[in-house]
Ligand binder design. Structure first.
Ligand code: MN
Length: 743
């Protein structure tokens, strides 16, 4: 590309190292350079340049971060093991440069020999390997980001489809990773380069607009600068001013996210004031607010409450001349370095054992991400976990004591509970936001105060929560609970799920054959026993959909000879299979629908039937059978249509459910007409907690006459349980009437 990147000698790298003023082992670095040069001899980049120009430039970028000798050596050697495998390997590198360099190079080397089904999976495996290496030594990711940065700078040389793919991956993985590590400078360059390849027209339009707008507003900008400059001098503050700090991508994203035209974007300009001490930050802020009117709600103190990626600064938006708003960022030099280089700045400034501990603490989230064991078996889920945990913006909420909890955007009350502690999540019966009871799946907003209501009588989390939570941390804690507390149940659930899958693949087999298949499969997946495999499926750690191919292989290997030839035979089988089914999983739903054994059942939302209610089933198109109360208005209405006559099926509850001995908890809807007195809602929730009834949803409608309607959705075992709840609530002072269902 440019002449600057096409060089092959080490001189400029040595100059950069010298300029840092730090001590480097120049001999070792030179040796690494010579070795890499020799290995890459005869290799060329797509641009036609000698290959060695790439590792050299990467090493220069790494040197710019002021990392240590081993990092520089690893940067020089980062492509040797992968691209020159006939001439060298990790052992060689270790012999020549020591284990620390070899470990870094290993972390930067893709898993070449990996046997995985498809490209996408291989790709995710490589990413995981890198993150794993990074959790052991964060220098891996610094070097990787520098590598990616140079590849992005020279991406022009690559063919079109490769450019897009690399740019996309940069935007989805590397830029957010840089952001999460607080490395704003690299992040911004990666984003701007990524945008140039993904939306070249959009990029140049925004770029041009910024230039134009900047030109038009030069007078405005100059007047602000000189006003600020003068005021700061008068107050004897030693400071530096920076302007033009908004990147093309940040403006582009704002226009895109907020669907605004460029003319509607005012904060294309921001002013940064860098001072010497923290105290001066606040003094400067006071002066800014003295000079300009500030926009309420836009002031942010990231000094007292740093962002999780360690970013610290004061932000405020004020109105300048002609009513144009602009942002001012105020920080010290140290905060500035941390803002630009993030965790790498930590590396630069600190050393010693306590520093290592501090660094580990800051990188805990990576370790957490990697150790969520069972999900790790599934690349797709790993990627999802990455996307929600690292690659999302955070939302900041508070505990009632005022501690800040940062969660990924979109997280809800359950995520919050588990972020506090597993024990809090496991005992949760409800939640409050800013003092009001809310549904536990309510999405959290910035600045809200969240309180978790717990009860020692809680029977633990619900399996439904697995589908509701947004963070992988909460999900794996819920799974851990089921794994630990409900092994017998998990095994039964897992067995029925896997059996059903086997039945789909082979219509007839003996119990011994089935057992052989399951055993082979569990061995293949690294479980100690069939029960362990069932257990993993049962608590949701392992998705059956991901096993189908391997299951099929085992079935073919172990059962195939007995496979029936024609479909005609298949259709005679179901009866026998129904007998084979283990008793305890005969019906997961607690409902038996006549003539439809084992079908999928769901409970109609219109009437929410409870065990004990007379019910009827309706065969839906594609969603199994929905169960209604027999007196549900929809049933009465539905029966008027003779066309559907055949779709109505008789249904009844399993005896254990009706007696309240079943495992399941059903949703019951109660509508309370109450006196809107102080403490009414608290009395209701206390009564429910007392009875160990979990609140699934609360919604209150306040009326003008001093009354209120409380719509409650609670967990309930059967109709007599429901009646006992109603009679308890009726006894509360101020409860006028209770209806079943919401109207
Ligand atoms: Mn490379």
């Amino acid at each position: 590309m440019s002449e600057r990147s096409a060089h092959t000698d080490i001189q400029r790298l040595l100059d950069i190292l010298r300029a840092t003023g730090k001590k480097y082992d120049i001999q070792k670095i030179t040796q690494a350079y010579e070795y890499a040069k020799e290995l890459h001899e005869g290799q060329y980049r797509v641009s036609g340049e000698a290959y060695i120009s790439h590792p050299i430039t990467v090493a220069e970028i790494v040197a710019g971060l002021e990392l240590d000798t081993d990092s520089i050596c690893a940067a020089l050697l980062h492509d040797t093991v992968e691209d020159c495998s006939e001439k060298t390997n990790l052992k060689e590198v270790e012999k020549k440069f020591g284990s620390s360099v070899a470990l870094l190079v290993d972390g930067l080397t893709k898993i070449v020999t990996l046997q995985v089904e498809d490209k996408e999976e291989a790709h995710i495996e490589n990413l995981r390997k890198m993150l794993l290496a990074m959790s052991k030594d964060v220098r891996v990711i610094f070097i990787k980001l520098c590598d990616r940065l140079h590849n992005m700078r020279t991406l022009n040389a690559k063919p079109d489809h490769k450019r897009r793919m690399t740019a996309l991956e940069t935007m989805q993985v590397y830029a957010p990773l840089a952001h999460r590590l607080g490395m704003q400078r690299i992040k911004q360059e990666l984003e701007n380069l990524g945008l140039q390849y993904l939306d070249p027209i959009g990029y140049s339009e925004v770029h041009q607009h910024i230039e134009e707008k900047y030109g038009e507003n030069l007078g405005f900008i100059e007047s602000i600068r000189s006003t600020v400059d003068q005021k700061m001098r008068e107050n004897n503050i030693h400071f530096t001013l920076e302007g033009r700090i908004k990147s093309v991508y940040s403006i582009y994203k704002k226009m895109y996210n907020q669907n605004k035209s460029f003319d509607q974007i005012y904060d294309f300009y921001a002013l940064r004031i860098i001072v010497d001490t923290e105290l001066e930050c606040y003094t400067a802020l006071g002066l800014i607010h003295e000079m300009f009117n500030s926009i309420p709600g836009r002031f942010k103190d990231y000094i007292s409450t740093p962002k999780p990626n360690m970013y610290r600064s004061l932000h405020t938006t004020v109105i300048g001349r002609d009513g144009i708003p602009f942002e001012v960022q105020i920080r010290t030099w140290e905060m500035h370095h941390v803002a630009e280089y993030g965790i790498a700045a930590h590396w630069k400034y600190k050393s010693g054992a306590s520093s290592k501990a501090e660094l580990d603490h800051k990188l805990e989230w990576i370790a957490r991400l990697i150790e969520t064991e069972d999900e790790q078996r599934d690349p797709e889920e790993f990627m999802n976990a990455l996307k929600t945990d690292i690659f999302h913006d955070e939302v900041f909420v508070f505990t009632p004591k005022g501690d800040v909890i940062a969660l990924p955007n979109g997280a809800n009350v359950i995520d919050f509970a588990y972020a506090i502690h597993s024990a809090v999540g496991d005992k949760m019966i409800g939640g409050k936001i800013n003092g009001m009871i809310v549904p536990i799946d309510r999405t959290l907003e910035n600045g809200e105060i969240v309180e978790i209501l717990t009860s020692s009588a809680s029977k633990g989390p619900s399996r439904d929560w697995l589908n509701i939570v947004k963070t992988s941390a909460a999900r794996s804690k819920i799974r851990a609970w089921f794994k630990k507390e409900r092994r017998t149940e998990n095994i039964a659930v897992g067995k029925s799920v896997l059996d059903a899958e086997i039945r789909k693949l082979v219509k007839t087999c003996t119990e011994a054959q089935r057992e052989a298949v399951v055993l082979a499969l569990s061995e293949r997946l690294g479980y100690n026993s069939a029960d362990d495999l069932y257990n993993a499926i049962g608590y949701g750690g392992l998705m059956v959909s991901k096993l189908v191919r391997r299951l099929q292989e085992e079935c073919e290997r172990l059962i195939k000879p007995t496979l029936p030839d024609t479909n005609a035979e298949l259709e005679q089988e179901p009866e026998r299979i129904a007998v084979d089914k283990p008793k305890n999983v005969k019906s997961n739903s607690g409902i038996i629908v006549d003539g439809e054994a084992g079908c999928m059942v769901k409970f109609a939302k219109c009437c929410n039937p409870l065990p004990g209610d007379s019910v009827i089933g309706f065969v839906t198109k594609g969603f199994g059978i929905s169960i209604h109360k027999i007196d549900c208005p929809n049933v009465v209405e539905g029966h008027r249509n003779p066309e559907n006559a055949e779709r109505w099926k008789e249904a009844h509850w399993e005896a254990s459910e009706e007696q309240g001995n079943g495992r399941s908890v059903y949703e019951a809807l109660l509508q309370l007409h109450v006196d809107n007195r102080i403490g009414m809602l608290a009395d209701i929730t206390t009564a429910l907690a007392d009875m160990r009834v979990s609140i699934l949803q609360v919604n209150v409608v306040y009326k003008n006459d001093g009354n209120a309607i409380v719509n409650l959705k609670v967990g309930c075992k059967n109709i007599s349980h429901y009646e006992s709840i109603v009679s308890r609530l009726r006894g509360l002072q101020g409860v006028d009437n209770i209806l079943r269902g919401f109207s």
